[in-house]
Design a protein around this ligand. Structure first.
Ligand code: HEC
Length: 158
């Protein structure tokens, strides 16, 4: 408790939002004097700040796909993905056969076909031809474990 991890967090937390809703509801349904309402507002604010530490903890989720992004980055180099894709943080050629993979985490679709989720990405990397038969990305024999790590790396590209 104490919200020690809350510095720099300017998000409105669900708790804070709930507090405001409660406050507004009370303001419209009560005849209490303003001083009472101000005190209530401070209490609710304090409560939402106290809860903030917990929210910060919940934010430290495992990475998308649950793999190892550093290994994923190495694997991309080994599989030679950059011969067709321009990929941030990669040395060597910046291929233009496929789309650049920067901001991959923000794309809505993979190959314009399936929803861009870690689970779908793991499948796509192993078998792009089954998703989009005849497309120019070949099946490269990516193993399930490798696909997971590569996916985790790709989802760091925001
Ligand atoms: C021979 C060229 C080639 C290689 C090698 C290749 N890709 Fe692709 N990749 C493509 C093409 C072409 C597309 C577009 C496919 C489509 O739109 O259906 C694509 C699409 C993708 C997409 C979806 C991009 C988007 O914007 O939707 C991802 C992610 C991807 N490739 C990752 C990889 C990774 C990781 C590797 C290495 C394991 C790799 N590719 C190797 C050609 C390649």
């Amino acid at each position: 408790m104490g919200g020690k991890n809350c510095k720099g967090s300017r998000r409105i937390t669900p708790d804070a939002l709930q507090s405001y809703v409660v406050l507004v509801t009370i303001m419209f349904t009560t005849t209490a004097p303003p001083r009472f309402l101000a005190a209530l507002a401070m209490t609710l604010l304090a409560l939402s700040l106290a809860a903030c530490g917990q929210h910060e903890q919940a934010k430290a989720q495992p990475p998308a796909g649950g793999g190892d992004p550093a290994r994923g980055q190495l694997l991309i180099q080994q599989y030679g993905c950059q011969s067709c894709h321009s990929i941030p943080g990669m040395r060597g050629p910046k291929g233009v056969v496929g789309a650049p993979l920067d901001k991959m985490a923000q794309r809505a679709f993979i190959g314009g076909k399936v929803q861009n989720t870690p689970a779908n990405m793991i499948q796509w990397l192993q078998n792009p031809q089954s998703f989009d038969p005849g497309n120019a990305m070949p099946n490269l024999g990516v193993t399930p474990a490798d696909a997971r790590d590569i996916t985790t790396f790709l989802f760091t590209l925001k």
